[in-house]
Design a protein around this ligand. Structure first.
Ligand code: FPP
Length: 222
């Protein structure tokens, strides 16, 4: 959800105002995705590197997340959207953790999932998976290690049920992966747009889907 800061700056507003507007965009896009039958929507809300931003901005983002994760659960829960976060909880406040638990619990049986990548890093996810495997005894002896498959490994990621990601949309003209879904994006199509996240509307979403459908997806075949 890139471009909140620039969107705000262009209007003489604080960066935090850009993030607040970004939440509104997410609400619109999540509803649209539900209405057109998307089963899984994953948004990158806060990376493990975002702690390096000014404290005022980090504090604002944490407040926004605490408030809106619960709001989303109430509002989008009526639309049958399940809220699920992926990431590490290290460093999150008890209030935010409580909000996450509440939202996840209240929406756990809903059919569409809005995954919120929060305190998330793709490399960290892979290292955390290896740690979990070791604790589980899945790497206890050489036989187990030799027989390990990709599916076995994927089982230890933050949300093992996330399928191969079809499409990744990056807004604001940035054209990097930025440590997002390193494992799950192995076969993803990327759509890059100059539109800043707060300006990303339903038409932009449909345009990205249309671009996706024109791609020739071979997954290594011919
Ligand atoms: C990147 O834009 C955006 C973020 C780091 C934060 C995005 C988070 C939200 C919109 C809050 C989401 C809330 C919920 C409840 C999921 P940027 O700040 O890097 O913009 P810039 O590139 O223009 O500086």
């Amino acid at each position: 959800m890139d471009g909140n800061g620039r969107w705000a700056k262009m209007r003489g507003l604080s960066r935090t105002a850009g993030h607040t507007k970004g939440v509104e965009t997410l609400r619109t896009i999540a509803k649209k995705c539900y209405d057109i039958g998307v089963k899984n929507l994953i948004v990158y809300a806060f990376s493990t590197e975002n702690w390096n931003r000014p404290k005022l901005e980090v504090d604002h983002l944490m407040k926004l997340l605490s408030k809106h994760i619960v709001n989303f659960a109430e509002e989008l829960g009526d639309r049958k959207v399940r809220i699920k976060t992926i990431g590490t909880r290290d460093g999150l406040s008890p209030q935010l953790i409580a909000a996450i638990d509440k939202a996840e619990q209240a929406t756990k049986n809903n059919p569409m999932t809005l995954y919120i990548a929060l305190n998330y890093g793709g490399r960290r996810e892979i290292v955390d998976a290896v740690k979990k495997m070791s604790h589980d005894g899945a790497l206890n002896n050489l036989d187990k290690i030799d027989q390990l498959t990709e599916d076995d490994f994927a089982h230890y990621l933050y949300a093992s049920e996330i399928p191969n990601v079809d499409l990744i949309i990056r807004t604001s003209g940035e054209e990097r992966i930025s440590n997002f879904l390193l494992w799950q994006s192995a076969y993803s199509e990327y759509v890059f747009t100059d539109t800043l996240w707060p300006d990303f509307d339903e038409t932009c979403l449909i345009n990205a889907f249309e671009e996706y459908t024109t791609r020739n997806i071979r997954k290594g075949g011919v």
